[in-house]
Write a protein that binds this ligand. Structure first.
Ligand SMILES: *Cc1c(COP(=O)(O)O)cnc(C)c1O
Length: 428
């Protein structure tokens, strides 16, 4: 998709003035490429202020699973906005939240039936950790204050979530000495590692509240895949040593790996699951921490001290719940999982030429996730800029060039994305 000069417009004033007031994420602002000013989105296209259009390979950090501006979601949010944008959930309740909780409970496996809403993925992880800690306290069990978490894992940027993320080579290394120390171990993807984790739980199980893992794909930690058998082993170990099992499906949930939830592929039901990212189809921030009856029952009591003491101001925001309900409608009405299957096949085929290229360590695909892992990337800023020159938005991190497109992406748009990767990786 070559840049069409007739569509190139003068950039609006805001792109020149005042952008320096916005503190950007994960960026050394002094040396990073300037941010691309965006004025509009639609489908899998990002329209820049100067009129250029980029084909989007990332779906805005994996959230916009139906593409941008889906009319069904937009109409649902507009209707809700006219009725009631938001009310606090303390003492009040509303239909969009009730409907969404009921639908999530029905979709999730097992008796994951009790939905605590929050406003971002990181907060839903904080809530999951707090729920697990208090689960034991409420049951009169003392000293279970630690978690088992995995190398390569990422669970968010807030303090508790950072403490269960891989701080050794992850993005939180700076704070490693300041965070509570949990057990950061290898995923049990071999007999040896399984024995090691079994040994740890045998020795220290009495200190451990739960195990937290991103099922099937460790996303922000490097787009690393593991086998469903790993999740079965974790469930068996959690049962054997009586610790809670938490699945962070903030990335993997809602079809990304080819099934509605990644845990379905292992036929495993965690005790607590966290959801966000694609929950509202990329429209408004919303997250959910969903617990089984066993977990919920530890909080159900005549004793007020056993209540879960948490409540974000914007929890279950009505606009966000309306967007999420509309997003779930689309999963029902439109053949999303079939589209993910088609995308997987096209990613396999489109990225295959990279397998033979020097400097490429691995090419892998699961569902609508396509990854080209390099041995090393010398200049990430330059690489990111080259993708923009190809009229695509692809944002490599570390040694990983990846695609997580909207499930509604057209075949020719996906071809534009994989072709850009093949073209650029060949020259690295
Ligand atoms: C993105 C992500 C989070 C954090 O979610 P935010 O909404 O960015 O706070 C947590 N866990 C996983 C697996 C994620 O991918």
């Amino acid at each position: 998709m070559a840049e069409d000069s007739s569509k190139t417009q003068r950039a609006p004033g805001w792109t020149a003035d005042g952008t320096g007031h916005v503190w950007r994420p994960y960026a050394q602002m002094k040396t990073a490429n300037p941010p691309l000013p965006v004025v509009r989105t639609r489908g899998s296209r990002i329209v820049l202020a100067d009129g250029r259009e980029l084909v989007d390979g990332i779906a805005s950090w994996w959230t916009a699973c139906h593409g941008y501006n889906h009319p069904h979601i937009r109409q649902a949010v507009e209707r809700q906005l006219a009725e009631m944008p938001h009310v606090m959930l303390g003492g009040l309740l509303h239909e969009p939240a009730v409907t969404l909780a009921r639908r999530l409970a029905a979709m999730l496996p097992g008796d994951l039936d009790h939905v605590f809403f929050s406003d971002s993925g990181s907060v839903s992880v904080e809530v999951a950790l707090k729920m697990a800690l208090q689960f034991w306290i409420n049951r009169g069990v003392k000293g279970r204050s630690q978690f088992v978490a995995f190398k390569g894992g990422y669970h968010g940027d807030t303090t508790g979530a950072m403490a269960v993320s891989d701080s050794e080579d992850g993005m939180h290394a700076l704070f490693a000495g300041l965070l509570p120390r949990h057990h950061l171990v290898d995923l049990p993807d071999s007999d040896e590692r399984l024995a090691a984790l079994d040994g740890l739980l045998a020795q220290r199980g009495g200190d451990i509240a739960g195990i937290i893992v991103e099922p099937l794909v460790q996303g922000a930690g490097g787009m690393k895949f593991h086998d469903p058998a790993v999740l079965k082993r974790l469930r068996a170990l959690a049962d054997k040593y009586d610790v809670l099992l938490i699945f962070d499906e903030i990335f993997t949930g809602f079809g990304r790996t080819g099934t509605m939830f990644a845990c379905e592929q292992a036929n495993v039901v965690p005790d607590i699951i966290t959801l966000s990212k694609a929950l509202t189809g990329g429209t408004v921030g919303l997250a959910a921490t969903v617990a089984t009856k066993k977990v919920f029952d530890a909080f159900w009591s005549d004793d007020s001290a056993k209540a879960l003491m948490h409540g974000p101001s914007y929890m279950a925001n009505a606009l966000a719940c309306a967007a999420a309900n509309a997003s779930l409608d689309l999963f029902k009405r439109e053949p999303r999982l079939r589209q993910v299957g088609t995308i997987a096949a096209q990613l396999e085929q489109g990225l295959a030429p990279c397998r033979q290229m020097p400097g490429v360590k691995d090419v892998r695909v699961m569902g609508a996730i396509g990854v080209v892992e390099m041995e090393s990337v010398a200049n990430l800023n330059a690489l990111r800029a080259r993708f923009v020159d190809e009229s695509v938005f692809i944002r490599p991190f570390g040694n990983v060039v990846y695609l997580t497109p909207a499930f509604t992406i057209a075949a020719d748009e996906l071809d534009t994305l994989t072709s850009a990767i093949v073209k650029i990786v060949r020259t690295l």
